[in-house]
Design a protein around this ligand. Structure first.
Ligand code: FES
Length: 160
């Protein structure tokens, strides 16, 4: 609310919701067959993709009217730091906590496709095993020491 010149408080209208179709590549687990499932949602343009998945979890019914399970995905910080929520959104790897509907589906009726990252093992749906990424960034002491980050190597030598 803001104060008008006559002292009255004015209510701001919320931006109009728009209809989108969320199409998700789903699999029950590693090496299981996959399928597409679509969900029609009413969303705010400023809403992130994770909140769309939360909407699906609250009402897991496909566009065909079939009741299904909530989509599995991972998330951590919700601040674009940890990378846990990374998935392929409309063909591009992005963090779903910072990817807003308005940026990938600007028009009413647009489709947003969600797929798991393909270079890491799949747990289920959009949820993947990111351990490989962590090992390549920050290996355990004594393992792959030539690939350790500079800061880590220095600390090991007593420099920093
Ligand atoms: S939840 Fe951490 S980057 Fe998205």
């Amino acid at each position: 609310m803001t104060e008008q010149s006559n002292g009255a408080l004015a209510h701001h209208e919320a931006p109009p919701k728009r209809r989108i179709r969320l199409t998700v590549r789903r699999a029950e687990g590693p090496n299981k067959p996959w399928r597409w499932e679509s969900f029609d949602l009413q969303v705010d343009p400023g809403q992130n993709i994770i909140s769309c998945l939360q909407q699906v979890a609250a009402h897991p019914v496909t566009t065909d009217g079939v009741r299904t399970t909530p989509v599995a995905y991972d998330a951590g910080c919700l601040e674009e730091v940890c990378g846990a929520c990374t998935m392929v959104i409309n063909g591009r790897a992005r963090q779903s906590c910072s990817c807003l509907v308005g940026s990938v589906a600007p028009n009413d009726g647009d489709v947003i496709t969600l797929e798991p990252m393909s270079k890491v093992p799949l747990y289920r749906d959009l949820w993947v095993d990111r351990e490989r990424l962590f090992h390549s960034l920050w290996p355990r002491p004594g393992v792959g020491s030539d690939r350790q980050p500079v800061r880590y190597r220095r600390r090991g030598r007593g420099v920093a």
